[in-house]
Design a protein around this ligand. Structure first.
Ligand SMILES: [Cu+2]
Length: 294
């Protein structure tokens, strides 16, 4: 390789370092704790974006709760079992992380009221959103099919959902609700960089299994994650910390998890193991587990 191209090699290395190191380096803030408010019925809801005091923030919270409520799972097939459970933080929630929307950013005014760090989103009962739960080392007998639908929306300067898990080969649709441009930049596992305008969705095939980090280069605080699996026995916990895996062949399995802040791993082989389960045909096993506060 010619010497003048060598500095180009530094670009992806610096991008990865910035992604991994900077959020951890920024730790102290006067931000409100990342604990969700209760809604009028006393049920906890996700504090998806923004201050709960602002009108726009309240709308976002309502939208997030609705999104969670509408999550559906396939029907249980004959001879198969299921697993469900809840993941809760044990210990005191950590201090909120510093989170800054640069005042020099052209979209500062449109974004600042709505966004916050989503590296740890808890309900009022410390239930954890965005934990990826999977059956460890599962190898399906037939090659997994791509999912028919998967969407990441750029909404009020956040990726929604913050963490997406899909089967290998799925084409994720990238949409934009904001009246200005975002770009969705995938790093590590699946590399891509697509500009996304309102009303002009983009599609990206996710061919590589493993972790893909997402960022928007126009709004550098926008971060997200995609996990791509070679099987379909996984889920991402919702705002109430709940998850469900359906159509598991009967047997004994180990369950492993990933979380951006509480159970982070670069390598799918080193995900945190949280328990063993026995799956029986026609039955739904249960595994509730905790993750310790960092
Ligand atoms: Cu953006």
């Amino acid at each position: 390789m010619k010497r003048r191209y060598l500095p180009l090699l530094l670009i992806p290395i610096l991008a990865v370092l910035a992604y991994v190191v900077l959020p951890n380096a920024a730790s102290r803030a006067d931000e409100e704790p990342a604990v969700a408010p209760k809604n009028t019925e006393g049920k906890e809801v996700a504090q998806a974006t923004g201050s709960p005091k602002s009108t726009e923030g309240s709308k976002s919270v309502a939208a997030s709760a609705k999104e969670t409520a509408s999550k559906t799972y396939p029907a249980l097939l004959p001879g198969m079992g299921a697993l469900e459970g809840k993941v809760v933080l044990v210990g005191d929630p950590p201090a909120p992380e510093a989170f800054a929307v640069s005042t020099s950013n052209k979209d500062h005014a449109a974004c600042v009221a709505h966004v916050r760090s989503e590296r740890l989103t808890l309900s009022a009962d410390k239930e954890i959103r965005d934990v990826v739960i999977a059956i460890s080392g599962y190898k399906p007998k037939t090659r997994v099919k791509p999912q028919k639908s998967a969407v990441i929306n750029n909404d009020k300067c956040s990726f929604v959902p913050h963490v997406l898990a899909v089967t290998r080969g799925t084409r994720v649709q990238l949409t934009n609700n904001d009246p200005f441009m975002h770009n969705t930049h995938g790093l590590l596992g699946n590399e891509f960089n697509l500009a996304v305008m309102k009303g002009v969705p983009q599609r990206q095939r996710l061919a590589k299994p493993g972790w893909t980090a997402l960022q928007c280069d126009i709004h550098p605080w926008m971060k997200g994650h995609i996990h791509v699996f070679d099987h379909d026995l996984f889920d991402v916990s919702d705002a109430a910390g709940d998850f469900k895996l359906v159509n598991i062949p009967p047997g004994e399995y180990e369950i492993e998890v990933w979380h951006e802040k509480l159970a982070f791993s670069f390598d799918p082989k080193t995900w945190r193991k949280v328990g063993k389960v026995k799956i029986e045909a026609g039955k739904t096993a249960r595994l509730d587990f905790t993750l310790p506060t960092p």
